[in-house]
Unconditional design. Sequence first.
Length: 288
Amino acid sequence: QAAKVKGPFVPRYEDYQKVYDAIAKELSEKDDYDDGSYGPVLLRLAWHASGTYDKETNTGGSNGATMRFAPEGDHGANAGLKTARDFLEPIKEKFPWISYSDLWILSGVCAIQEMQGPKIPFRAGRSDRDLSFCTPDGRLPDASKDHTHIRAIFGRMGFNDQEMVALSGAHALGRCHTDRSGYDGPWTFSPTTLTNDYFKLLLEEKWAWKKWNGPKQFEDVKTKSLMMLPTDLVLIKDKSFRSHVDRYAKDNDVFFKEFSDAVLRLFELGVPFVQPEDQRWTFKSSFD
Ligand code: DDH
């Protein structure tokens, strides 16, 4: 009689859904952070892990989770993201088989869906790499810059104008922190729910330079409780960007569809997947 041999554990859809559920549970339980959710900072971690991608050299991107190491973790743009990495540490302990790189991206997917955003289909297969894979500083956008910079940074990742604007809609979520970026305040009145309000507010509110001794940013003239970065205002000053802001402000469904497509692409940049494109997984949300 053949002995029962237990092969290596090969995680499947159900296993990743369990990780998703564990992140969603922590998100709903730890509701005393910031505006009531770790969701925005988890999304920012996934974006900053992915947004280092360079299509010419095929370096950077979410494969590797190299932000764990000092050179990249200490880049100015990544200030404050240790909060997100620490939040995920107990999850990693509970599911040691998942790579940090897949975990960070799965948590970005979970954050978007749990904050009532669209479904973001997911593929697994990222592997963690050592610090020799850290990307050089300066690959992520600088909020003080103009349209040339935005196109250079996102063009390097392979995105077009429409995708750049769609991705920027993530600023419906979360806030700026003076002790992280130096900027201050949220973009919308509902920073823990994904909506197209970022685009609506860009168009409908009057924006003026905030009078303070922090970095140059805008505030809404009416309530002075919302903010926009210089790079946010560029989206309504540049004609091509503006055409997409108009479309997204008018129709939340169009925004959700194009945001989902662009985020999916962002999260997959530079990852050598085995799982085929037509077999992505869509996870159930806690409220499905
Ligand atoms: Fe962003 N972002 N982002 N952003 N971002 C900040 C916060 C958040 C820029 C600058 C800043 C994207 C694009 C850009 C999120 C998601 C995304 C902060 C404040 C700055 C500064 C950080 C702090 O002080 O804590 C610039 C510049 C750009 C650009 O496009 C030119 C994109 C593409 C995304 C995305 O997710 C796809 C989120 C979420 C936050 C809120 C974080 C938090 O802790 O809250």
